[in-house]
Design a protein around this ligand. Structure first.
Ligand code: ZN
Length: 248
């Protein structure tokens, strides 16, 4: 089985469609999403429609929770807050209800894997560093934890005793692969589809190949200027429009 793994789509359908196209070429059978379908970007309705068409197993992110009306944006910075309230205002009620119905992580996928938005400690916590990962490793009941929220494609790895160790990775022409070695726990962030922040503006996703026991990381170009134009028309914050070009 090959799973298409995505996170932090943030209403960016140009990026989402480019990822789907590339994932189809690479081949997959199932779809898993670590949350934040909406927020920041200009096409929340369309992003939700596409994810539902894909039959993605999806948990909610912090932006989904606020856009659904389950929470307010008190913890958000001013740009994110403006965008999430714009999102809530343009989403028809059934779409807000759909977001509100998404499960909260950790969500078990099978005996090996689970999904969380930010971290196991809390859906709003970030895993940026090895120290953050080390707080979460003892809580992980699965070999594989897929997470998002930070918008950085990354892998943290620990041995059976919970000591962090380097994951084995290979670089191919089309993708970078990280080996899922037995006895190791892996925390895997596929990166952000709709708003990468690692300095590479290309959309990011991963494929988990169970038979080959590896995670493949992909980056794909998409029409950033088109997304930016739609954001301008929606009068979304200039800072959010600008950052898409830089992947920061
Ligand atoms: Zn996000």
């Amino acid at each position: 089985m090959r799973y298409f793994i995505l996170s932090d789509i943030h209403s960016n359908v140009e990026a989402l469609e480019a990822c789907i196209q590339r994932a189809k070429e690479a081949g997959y059978e199932g779809v898993l999403c670590c949350g934040d379908l909406v927020g920041y970007g200009p096409n929340p309705v369309e992003a939700i429609d596409i994810m539902r068409t894909l039959n993605a197993v999806t948990i909610r992110g912090n932006h989904d929770r606020v856009a659904a009306g389950l929470d307010e944006a008190a913890q958000f910075n001013s740009h994110a807050r403006r965008a999430v309230y714009w999102t809530r205002a343009v989403l028809p009620q059934p779409y807000r209800e759909y977001l509100g119905s998404l499960p909260v992580g950790p969500l078990d996928i099978d005996e090996d894997a689970q999904l969380v938005h930010g971290a196991i400690t809390d859906e709003d916590d970030y895993i940026f560093t090895e120290a953050d990962a080390n707080e979460n490793f003892p809580l992980a009941k699965k070999h594989l934890t897929f997470f998002g929220h930070s918008h950085f494609p990354v892998v943290f790895s620990a041995d059976g005793a919970g000591n962090s160790i380097l994951a084995t990775s290979y670089e191919f022409d089309e993708f970078v692969a990280v080996k899922c070695e037995s006895g190791k726990k892996l925390f895997v962030n596929p990166g952000s589809v709709g708003q990468p922040r690692d300095g590479d503006p290309r959309a990011s996703f991963a494929i988990w190949d169970q038979d080959r026991a590896r995670i493949e990381f992909y980056r794909v170009e998409y029409d950033v200027t088109r997304t930016q134009q739609k954001m301008r028309e929606a009068q979304l914050p200039a800072y959010l429009i600008e950052r898409l070009a830089h992947g920061r």
